[in-house]
Design a protein. Structure first.
Length: 355
């Protein structure tokens, strides 16, 4: 090594070896100690070579676990299973279009950053007969138990964006309770005591934890649960949301604030307020969920819960890489914490509410 930059020589040597040894993404990489001993250099010099490899995306280091190959000339291939029908123009036919499209977009971005070859599949192309594949299933909780078990038995699989853990499966999901707990705390801290909740069916697996968090938040502040403050929508259509709002606002003591289970519903609530001469947030504070561009661009800007689809996507792919490297999929449950983004749609109530 004639160069005055020993770390650079080590970097070049290790980079060549990644290609020559046919290492795959997810394979364990050499440790700092091994590189120090092999090249007779200090930890500082070896770490500089590692930093450069990671900065260029060739390796990924994890605390307490070491370094793993992140990309090679032969990309790690992942099948992304979209567990809902999509129409001929590429739009989801079930659930929130924003959520579905955002999930796919963030998965694609994360795969590009990590040097992963991502292929889109629908449930019709997935069967329990598949073997040896790396699979991320989006919203796979509705698949049959037999199909889930078959997929996990014969493949390296992660189930992402599911409402709850699945026994014996690697899952990555949002903290549904916290996505309502954060707005409840925010509104209570502002002085609101009559807080409405607009959501789709409470019995739904996605809505039940949110309702529980709403009820628990009120209970912490010694506020009685009032079912007249909860309105279910049969859909997210504007007409359904308007009907739900009519039920809330026709109460003898209507809410001074409303939490909606997603931004689509919250924006429909804004339209309802405009139609009925209510000013947000003067007459009604409003919080949504998913932090959509439409909510950010609304006037006033919509206070919303950022559920971090980007973190969920990267964590799902990281778990695939790590489990492939260790040849052990096992089971685990990773919960991505949400964040409340406060904008102009929330403010203290104009009049002090009676408890």
């Amino acid at each position: 090594m004639a160069s005055n930059h020993l770390w650079q020589d080590i970097f070049n040597t290790l980079l060549v070896e990644i290609g020559e040894k046919n290492l795959r993404p997810g394979d364990r990489f050499q440790s700092l100690e091994e590189v120090c001993n092999r090249f007779g250099v200090s930890v500082i010099t070896a770490r500089r070579a590692f930093d450069e490899l990671e900065q260029q995306g060739w390796i990924k280091r994890f605390k307490y676990r070491g370094a793993f190959i992140a990309k090679t000339n032969s990309p790690f291939s992942v099948k992304l299973v979209l567990n809902c029908p999509w129409d001929e123009v590429g739009l989801p036919m079930q659930g929130s279009p924003f959520v579905q499209l955002k999930l796919v977009d963030e998965m694609r971005k994360a795969a590009t950053r990590m040097g992963i070859d991502l292929q889109l599949f629908t449930p019709a192309l997935i069967s329990s007969d598949m073997t040896g594949a790396n699979i991320v299933v989006l919203q796979g909780s509705t698949l049959s138990a037999e199909l889930i078990q078959g997929i996990c038995k014969n493949n390296n699989a992660v189930f992402a964006h599911v409402p709850m853990p699945i026994d014996g499966v690697v899952t990555v999901r949002h903290d549904l309770r916290k996505s309502v707990d954060l707005p409840v705390r925010h509104l209570l801290d502002m002085g609101h005591r009559r807080i409405g909740l607009v959501l789709t069916r409470i019995a739904n697996d996605w809505m039940s934890p949110r309702f529980q968090a709403y009820e628990a938040g009120l209970r912490r502040h010694k506020l009685a649960m009032d079912w007249r403050m909860v309105a279910e929508c049969i859909s997210t259509d504007k007409s359904a949301v308007f009907s739900a709002m009519e039920r809330l606002m026709n109460n003898p003591c209507p809410p001074t604030a409303v939490i909606a289970s997603n931004d689509e519903i919250a924006l429909a609530v804004m339209d309802y307020c405009r139609l009925h001469g209510l000013v947000v947030p003067r007459d009604l504070s409003l919080v949504g969920c998913d932090n959509t561009p439409d909510g950010e661009e609304a006037r006033p800007g919509l206070t919303s819960v950022e559920t971090h689809f980007d973190r969920m996507a990267e964590e799902s792919l990281r778990l695939l890489l790590a489990s492939d490297a260790s040849n052990n999929t096992g089971s685990s449950d990773t919960v991505v914490a949400p964040e409340l983004i406060v904008r102009g749609s929330t403010a203290p109530p104009q009049h002090v509410s009676l408890r």
